[in-house]
Design a protein around this ligand. Structure first.
Ligand SMILES: O=C(O)CCC(=O)C(=O)O
Ligand SMILES: [Fe+2]
Length: 243
């Protein structure tokens, strides 16, 4: 396996502690599922402190310049930090069967291989070679507009975000928001009550919903409400690479 993608020592074991049947059911029902306490407070602090380490990133995006909101983020460069690479490689195989099931329901022909390294080879062969795991940093007044993290033809339909700061202590406001747009219906919002170290798995773009006459596709977006006070950091793990 590519050294950049090798799972870290304990990421696989850590994921075993979660009930993946429940997670699959929640993803099917709501398009999102929480993994509480995926990272410890020291791991969160260490990841958040990496934000200032220029050598680890391939770029820096000031969200206001692009109309994405207010705040900033940086995409990691390869090789990813061990914990980030470990999570990306270990979470993916849990999600690939769900992604395949979703595509079957939505009538989409794409199927995802069992191992992340194989999916990344597909991305790289199509010119999507730039890593997409990112750190986001928000201060007072910052927010992240509703969006979808699509970076090319190849899209893995689920992604992971981990809150690295503690609400109530480090910041207030700044809720993780998901919206769902069903055909011919008004949009619905969901707020995920993350604490420091909690992760949320969610649909990147579309997900199937079972209706009375078969399943239909709904369009999902995610974002962050305005940070009322303080500082908030997030780690985002997207499974496809970017052009
Ligand atoms: O800061 C957040 O919670 C949202 C992060 C995000 O947009 C992402 O991980 O793709
Ligand atoms: Fe995002």
């Amino acid at each position: 396996m590519n050294a950049q993608l090798r799972p870290g020592p304990d990421t696989g074991a850590r994921l075993q502690a979660y009930d993946w049947v429940r997670i699959g059911d929640e993803l099917d029902a709501h398009g999102c599922a929480m993994l509480e306490a995926l990272l410890s407070p020291p791991e969160c602090a260490k990841l958040a402190s990496m934000y200032a380490d220029d050598g680890r990133f391939r770029n820096r995006v000031l969200m206001a310049r692009h109309g994405f909101g207010r705040g900033e983020y940086r995409y990691f460069d390869y090789p990813l930090p061990e914990l980030v690479a470990g999570l990306r490689g270990a979470v993916y195989p849990r999600l690939a069967p769900i992604a395949n099931r979703w595509n079957t329901s939505m009538g989409l022909a794409v199927r995802y291989p069992a191992a992340h390294a194989e999916f990344i080879e597909r991305c790289h062969a199509a010119g999507q070679r730039r890593p997409t795991p990112l750190l986001l940093q928000y201060g007072t007044g910052d927010y992240n507009c509703l969006h979808q993290d699509l970076y090319g033809e190849h899209v893995f339909p689920l992604q992971l975000a981990i809150l690295l700061s503690e609400p109530g202590r480090d910041f207030s406001g700044g809720e993780f928001v998901l919206t769902e747009q069903r055909p011919r219906m008004q949009s619905r919002a969901d707020v995920v009550p993350l604490r420091q170290g909690d992760a949320v798995l969610f649909a990147v773009h579309q997900r199937p919903v079972q209706g009375t006459r078969g399943s239909y596709r709904v369009n999902m977006r995610h974002g962050v409400s305005r940070v009322r006070n303080g500082h908030r950091h997030t780690l985002g793990i997207i499974f496809h690479d970017a052009t």
